[in-house]
Design a protein around this ligand. Structure first.
Ligand code: ZN
Length: 61
């Protein structure tokens, strides 16, 4: 038996996410709050997601 999809919850808005198989360290974005989330851990088809702080560089310097 294989798991076709993985699921997790957005740490920010708690939306349940179902995604195609990803690997640890991969990033995806939440469809609700559009945050970038990184896969920290995968346990039994359940994702542990971490918010990625997108550092916006100050190009104007
Ligand atoms: Zn979200």
């Amino acid at each position: 038996m294989t798991t076709a999809t993985l699921s997790g919850a957005c740490p920010e808005c708690e939306t349940d996410l179902t995604v195609p198989p990803v690997v640890q360290g991969e990033t995806l974005s939440c469809p609700e709050c559009l945050l970038t989330l990184r896969v920290e851990e995968i346990t039994d088809g359940r994702l542990t997601l971490e918010m990625v702080e997108v550092q916006l560089r100050d190009w104007g310097q």
